[in-house]
Design a protein around this ligand. Sequence first.
Ligand SMILES: *Cc1c(COP(=O)(O)O)cnc(C)c1O
Length: 347
Amino acid sequence: MPPAALRLDIDLEALAANWRWFRDRSGAAATGAAVKADGYGLGADRVIAALYGAGCRDVFVTTFAEAATLARPARDMTIRALHGLRPADEIVPDVVPVLNSPEQIARWRDSSGGAPCDVMIDTGMNRLGIDWRGFAVDMLAGLNVDIVHSHLACADDPESPMNDEQLQRFESALAAVRAARPDVRGSLCGSGAVCLGPEYHFDLTRPGLGIYGGVPSPAAAGTLARVVRPHAEVLTVRIVPAGDSVGYGATWRAPTETRVATINLGYADGYLRGFSNAGSVVLAGRTRPVLGRVSMDLVTVDVGDLDVTEGDWVEIDYDLSSAAAASGLSQYELLTGLGHRYQRHYR
Ligand SMILES: *Cc1c(COP(=O)(O)O)cnc(C)c1O
């Protein structure tokens, strides 16, 4: 097969350094990692191996099925399944479910043979977990509970009053559990919440986005290393005469004669149409703008007088924070949308 015309450079050293940044800010709490959605699109097995090397011993995926596909680097790496135990799930030995409802709790109690589990308390997201208002410790009867979790709705905004509200609800639920079971651990933080302060950390943190180089909170801006750099090949370069348009919908028209490179990347690769007339690429160290609408497999770029020709490669400007602002996508969407046409290069 000829080489792919799309390449994703993934810097696992940077990923490990970012994880250590969260470890250093998690105080006495252990630091885990969210690796759901195939390691936020970067390849869960490679991500997990790098995190294990850095000292991480707890990773979070969504389902038992997802957990079953992973290569566990060693027995002391615990995989936890955030979606709990669905009716159709087959239990995977040593995978710990995060149980989310009375139905899941009953199912685990009846089928797990006393294996350890986690429980999610919903403190205000109304998505997964047992509602904090109806939670009672006797709901956990017959379970071997390791960790009680909750998840914050607004951790990316340190000013949001919801953070403290959810913290207080979680503290009282956890205190009630610990009155009967002092060894049960608590966990409340994704990456944004780690930055909110030590009172949020409890016993285990669960950062995701920041490990992959996203900025989860204003407090982390400028501190985390870039992990992912997409590159694409130039297919052709043309001179567009003044007055001509470029691409579908003719959304860009040349004010003067313009050199345009057509690049092998499109919305099928997660480079969604929000980048139309808004994204940029880096070529010979210079930032050049995307012109016109992003197509399924193609993007057009103003290359000015730069020396560029068929077969050259450009780096897509994928600084997660600024690319999110340019495109209207979230940093999470930018990572998980990357798609399968990239040849992934790890270093
Ligand atoms: C995805 C997820 C995380 C990680 O969140 P980030 O914002 O990516 O750091 C943590 N906890 C739970 C329950 C999650 O679903």
